[in-house]
Write a protein that binds this ligand. Structure first.
Ligand code: MLT
Length: 411
């Protein structure tokens, strides 16, 4: 008799974004003429940059000819892409990495969800709250937590509240934790960890032999020159941190799929009898077993993101989205909302009027202004009382959304 993994039954609700899509669809069914503006899921809206499309097309043409056809590639990614990553994302910032420390993949969502497989189920996990739901749900599925509690937390997880009181920068845990998820620039709050904050975490991890899982999918949105783009800019991080990067939010690859994970060769964890095991080898073993690499044309397209033309076109995309973020921040502030984020990140984190439940605000915004956003509670209990708006959208539509919020939303 086949039995299910009962850990899945502990999950509180469906995954956040399909749940939002379901509610939006139902609203559309009841209001077929409504002109809905979607600022919910962080999905890019601008097309791929021209230089990337040319590289993509050229690589597809190569696949047409016997002489230039590519079958299975290296699971870890082609050298032509890995070398560009090392040179541009790391060496340019004073970080040296070897080629076999980079693992090209089809997305940071998958990688941040899968990485926990390397760790024993009795590890104690610490998470920022609010947080990208993948980190929580993948640990629930693995059996690293107990049941969901009435306040929305899971037993066994150490939650690190991020609120306006601590400027959305979590304090160190009081207890010992083994695995720490950090995301900067942060999804959903848009906050960033500066050098002092990151150094504090790296020092904690070194002292407690913990591993930091550092999600840097939004690093391209950093405008403040003093902020680190990679955790490896912090001394000692190459011993304790795994970093996740993506081409989704900078080069517009949400539908094209390409990302990479960095597992430095010195990062290690212990067996139950205290023997050190290096995680680079384990991740490589997992990657080769469960993944057959990103397609050749997609990797050629990602490589083009590092050409001079590609870099310039990506910069323009980011400036466009950050311009939208500024518009949202200023528009909401002008009608009295307290707003955070949106300066080094494409997300604006809005404090709701006191006592306003974030799912109730979701329904209100959809019904009164026909605008979709993301309820803060969907990112964790400390997200209750907040709401996330995404800057991915057409500027004119965002302008219209703000006009409707000003004119139609009854608070
Ligand atoms: C979000 O809206 O939080 C993003 O779409 C997350 C993701 O990239 O999966």
């Amino acid at each position: 008799m086949a039995r299910v993994n009962e850990n899945f039954l502990k999950l509180k609700a469906g995954y956040l974004f399909p749940e939002i899509a379901k509610r939006t669809l139902e609203f559309r069914r009841l209001n077929p003429d409504a002109d809905i503006i979607r600022l919910g899921i962080g999905d890019v809206t601008e097309p791929l940059p021209r230089s990337i499309v040319s590289a993509f097309k050229k690589a597809v043409k190569e696949m047409k000819k016997k002489k230039t056809f590519h079958g299975y590639g290296p699971e870890q990614g082609y050298d032509f892409l890995v070398e560009k990553i090392i040179e541009n994302d790391y060496r340019a910032r004073g970080v040296e990495l070897d080629k076999d420390e980079i693992f090209v993949s089809d997305g940071s969502k998958c990688d941040t969800g899968n990485i926990q497989e390397l760790f024993s189920v009795d590890n104690v996990v610490a998470l920022e709250d609010p947080v990208y739901p993948v980190y929580v749900d993948s640990n629930v599925m693995a059996g690293r937590t107990g049941n969901a509690l009435s306040d929305g937390r899971y037993e066994g997880i150490v939650y690190l509240p991020c609120t306006s009181e601590n400027s959305f920068n979590p304090d160190l845990p009081k207890e010992n934790v083994d695995i720490i998820y950090l995301c900067s620039p942060n999804n959903p709050t848009g906050a960033t960890l500066d050098r002092t904050a990151l150094t504090k975490w790296v020092d904690y991890a070194r002292k407690h032999e913990s591993i930091i899982l550092f999600d840097a999918a939004y690093e391209a949105y950093i405008t403040d020159k003093n902020l680190p783009h990679s955790i490896y800019e912090i001394e000692g991080a190459k011993e304790v941190a795994i970093e996740f990067r993506s081409f989704s939010k900078n080069a517009g690859f949400t539908g094209t799929r390409c990302a990479f994970t960095v597992v430095p060769k010195n990062v290690n964890a212990n067996t139950s009898n205290g023997k050190k095991v290096f995680l680079n080898g384990l991740w490589n073993r997992r990657h080769c077993t469960k993944f057959n690499g990103v397609s050749y044309p997609v990797q050629r397209a990602a490589e083009a993101a590092y050409s001079d033309e590609g870099k310039q076109q990506i910069r323009s995309l980011i400036e466009l989205y950050l311009g939208n973020a500024r518009m949202i921040r200023e528009g909401l502030a002008s009608v009295g909302f307290e707003v955070y984020g949106g300066v080094n990140a494409p997300y604006i984190w809005v404090k709701l009027p006191s006592g306003m439940d974030s799912w109730r605000f979701f329904d209100k915004l959809l019904n009164e202004a026909n605008v979709v956003g993301t309820p803060g509670a969907g990112f964790g209990p400390a997200g209750e009382g907040y709401f996330r708006l995404s800057a991915f959208g057409e500027s004119k539509r965002i302008e219209l959304a703000l006009k409707r919020i000003k004119e139609k939303l009854k608070l």
